[in-house]
Design a protein around this ligand. Structure first.
Ligand code: ZN
Length: 194
């Protein structure tokens, strides 16, 4: 059953072009990775101006909840614990599960938005995929992006067991802790991204 759903999801993703969007919009996979001098030590307000790993970039676009990098250590502790629990359960079902983006500095979020404007041609178009530093829940450590696509679909199905909710209808990978375990997620937002 799970395989059937995953296959259907993969077909839908292929048809609607979710894979390229994943790469372009919200995942640092396609970006070059520069290890900042303060990598591993920055988090929160102390490194608001950092970019690279120190600003929350995820090397190679995939981190685990144990990784000692600001993208993970800068997460809200309750969110981190919830995602860690989900990751363990996903692993028990043989599903690869990793964090493609977590905490981001103000400067890194601005960089992502600038890159999206370049790619999509306008701020309005870019905002569908990347939020501003002022509004992004990544900057406050209250959002994670999950990969690969199979893991994102698994978490869409099971996230409420951990209080985790998909927030934006156009971002299957972006989750926030918006309910209690077993609770109900708020209606999804259609449009401006996280
Ligand atoms: Zn996100």
């Amino acid at each position: 059953m799970a395989f059937g759903l995953a296959t259907a999801a993969a077909v839908l993703a292929a048809v609607f072009g979710v894979y390229p969007l994943l790469d372009r919009a919200d995942s640092p996979v396609v970006q070059s990775v520069e290890v900042a001098p303060d990598a591993g030590t920055g988090s929160g307000a102390d490194s608001a101006g950092s970019t690279g790993v120190g600003g929350g970039e995820v090397p190679d676009g995939a981190a685990t909840l144990d990784d000692d990098i600001p993208a993970i250590t800068g997460l809200d502790p309750d969110l981190r614990a919830a995602v860690e629990e989900a990751a363990a359960d996903a692993a028990a079902h043989d599903i690869d599960f990793w964090v493609t983006s977590g905490w981001r500095s103000l400067a890194y979020q601005e960089q992502l938005l600038d890159e999206a404007v370049q790619e999509h041609g306008s701020l309005e178009a870019a905002r569908r995929w990347v939020s501003t530093p002022e509004l992004s829940a990544h900057v406050t450590g209250e959002a994670v992006d999950i990969g690969p696509t199979e893991a994102a679909y698994w978490l869409i199905q099971h996230g409420t067991d951990y209080g985790l909710c998909q927030v934006y209808s156009n971002e299957i990978w972006h989750f926030e802790l918006l309910t209690k375990p077993g609770g109900t997620c708020p209606p999804m937002k259609d449009g401006a991204a996280g």
